[in-house]
Design a binder for this molecule. Structure first.
Ligand code: MLC
Ligand code: AMP
Length: 519
């Protein structure tokens, strides 16, 4: 809670202003006057009005408040996508708690790490996962575990059903923490990016204006809601403009095509666009009502950009961002959208490309991308040293991406300084997978690389060496990893070799492995 040191009217005004800094209150300020109109419609036709969203998020916020969680306490959430999962996110904001979304694919080893690192006071998981998550929670001292199923089952809603549908949104300052989003780390240890109410609201406002969100828009929402793309960029865009969402539990090309006729905005990762183009039913007629297709989270291939325009007559708007910064640059809404670029820095964002000595690169010269702006996060959760390393002395965040700008200021991402694979929009750090592989019986050492993949853009691929006298089989290694870690991180192929190529310094030459196994 905000400490109120002045009394009387001044105190009331100060409280009002502070309350308005709560992201939920700011979003709710844009909800339409007609609260009975539809805010969320599911793929199978369930409708939630804006009034339903206000009342149900109040009931959930009351349920959270009754647990006695102090403002700032972390609420870790690993649940399937449903309207109630969205309501839980909003309720967490309203209650002044910190939302910590977790990929539904994460298995016990991954969950254990996040819970130990973030020390949430509450975990909300699916009823199906409670049997293995509750013991982890108990062991790590988490006070509460509640469940939420995508069919409105579970203890969370049962508890909320008894609560009042009025809740006074807890006052928050712009710098107060709203969410922690874990991103993979080069060392294999994930880092929690701390995002404040102010970070998220400033980005929502910028994008509302830049992408011309307006009342009457309909967002077709098919992204997962545990990453910034689906959770913040998409949801805040719709809520901050009073626009309805068609809410699909997951991406399915045929379903998306069916719903496009009633939508105006769609956001996706490149894999989704590749899959839409693979479907003959995806054509200009299917997109006739659409005003904006947005792509991000991974590079959109020029070929996909071109094919999309040829098929639909519309140009995908590509933008660039990351968990630590939310959105940084975007192709223009009205101006020229240039394929293979991520457009211009968003208003308020200072973006520079620098060489190894920190000097500004000239037009067309490749360098490291550094950024500064109101949406850039405050630091990594409980990693002050890592935070310091990632910021320059003059306050710019080192994105780890390499890029160049053209004569018109358009930015292209040409690679990464960090050893990272982006597969279907999910990030995988080779080091993490190598450490799991090296723990498997019979594995002497391993190297994980990204190889081109038609559907996922890049796919995880592993090269392993057996211990003397041991025989390694690809299928067995894949099965062993699947039992431990999220499916999207599991290598699509594992090649067994006699030895890994190394340079004179003893470093594995991954470029040679990519040449050999990339085709
Ligand atoms: C699923 N699988 C993947 C995968 N997704 N493998 C590699 N890469 C992926 N992205 C595997 C599963 O483990 C499973 O393996 C098989 O594919 C089928 O699983 P599925 O659940 O049916 O997959 P599907 O629904 O087809 O999912 C594909 C997808 C999904 C592209 C729709 O990955 C997705 O929604 N991606 C979006 C990611 C996203 O939102 N990123 C934003 C990050 S924020 P098996 O072997 O068990 O069959 C960010 C910042 C920014 O980056 O700028 O936005
Ligand atoms: P994450 O850590 O999941 O937030 O992923 C952020 C990373 O995704 C960025 O650092 C980029 O490497 C990548 N990324 C996001 N958008 C784009 C894009 N449009 N083109 C290329 N890479 C992108």
């Amino acid at each position: 809670m905000i400490k109120d040191t002045c009394g009387g009217i001044r105190g009331t005004k100060a409280r009002e202003r502070a309350r308005e800094a709560n992201l939920y209150a700011l979003l709710a300020g844009s909800f339409p006057a007609d609260a009975s109109s539809c805010c969320v419609e599911t793929g199978d036709g369930l409708r939630y009005s804006w009034s339903d969203v206000g009342r149900a998020s109040a009931m959930l916020a009351n349920a959270l408040a009754r647990l006695g969680l102090a403002p700032g306490a972390r609420v870790a959430v690993q649940v399937d996508k449903s309207p109630e999962a969205l309501l839980l996110y909003l309720a967490t904001l309203r209650a002044g708690l910190v939302y910590l979304p977790l990929n539904t694919a994460y298995q016990s080893a991954e969950i254990e790490y996040f819970v130990a690192n973030a020390e949430p006071e509450l975990i909300v998981c699916t009823p199906a996962n409670e049997a293995w998550i509750a013991p982890i929670a108990r062991r790590l001292g988490v006070r509460h575990v509640l469940t939420l199923g995508d069919d409105r089952s579970g203890t969370l809603l049962a508890g909320a059903a008894r609560q009042s549908d009025r809740f006074e949104t807890v006052a928050r300052k712009p710098d107060d923490l709203a969410a922690i989003v874990y991103t993979s780390g080069t060392t294999g240890r994930s880092k929690g990016a701390m995002l404040s109410h102010g970070n998220l609201w400033s980005n929502a406002l910028t994008l509302r204006h830049y992408w011309r969100w307006r009342a009457g828009d309909v967002l077709l929402h098919a992204l997962p809601i545990f990453h910034v793309h689906g959770l913040f960029v998409a949801i805040h865009g719709a809520l901050s403009s009073g626009s309805k969402m068609i809410w699909l539990a997951k991406f399915d090309a045929a379903q998306v095509i069916r719903h496009l006729a009633r939508a105006t905005v769609f956001m996706g990762v490149p894999t989704m666009y590749v899959r839409l183009l693979d479907d003959a039913a995806f054509d200009a007629a299917a997109c006739a009502n659409m005003r904006l297709f947005i792509s991000g989270s991974a590079p959109l291939l020029p070929d996909t950009f071109r094919q999309f325009e040829a098929r639909t007559g519309q140009r995908i708007l590509e933008r660039y961002g990351m968990s630590e910064t939310v959105m940084l640059s975007s192709n223009p809404y009205d101006g020229n959208r240039v394929g293979a670029t991520v457009g211009l820095p968003l208003p308020g964002v200072r973006l520079r490309v620098v060489d190894r000595d920190g000097r500004a690169c000239g037009c067309g010269q490749i360098g490291a991308i550094e950024v500064r702006g109101p949406s850039v996060f405050g630091g990594y959760w409980r990693m002050p040293q890592k935070t310091r390393e990632e910021f320059t002395d003059d306050g710019f965040f080192r994105t780890g991406d390499m890029g160049k700008t053209d004569a018109n200021g358009y930015l292209s991402i040409v690679g990464r300084d960090k050893d990272l694979i982006i597969t279907g929009g999910y990030n995988v750090y080779p080091k993490e997978i190598e450490s799991y592989l090296d723990e498997l019986e019979g594995v002497f050492e391993s190297a994980v690389i990204g190889v081109a993949h038609r559907d996922f853009g890049e796919a995880v691929c592993a090269v392993v060496v057996a211990k003397p006298g041991c025989v390694l089989r690809e299928a067995e290694l894949i099965a062993a990893l699947k039992a431990k870690i999220a499916g999207f991180k599991v290598p699509k192929r594992v090649h067994v070799v006699d030895e890994l190529p190394r340079n004179q310094m003893g470093k594995v030459q991954k470029n040679l492995l990519r040449e050999r196994f990339g085709g």
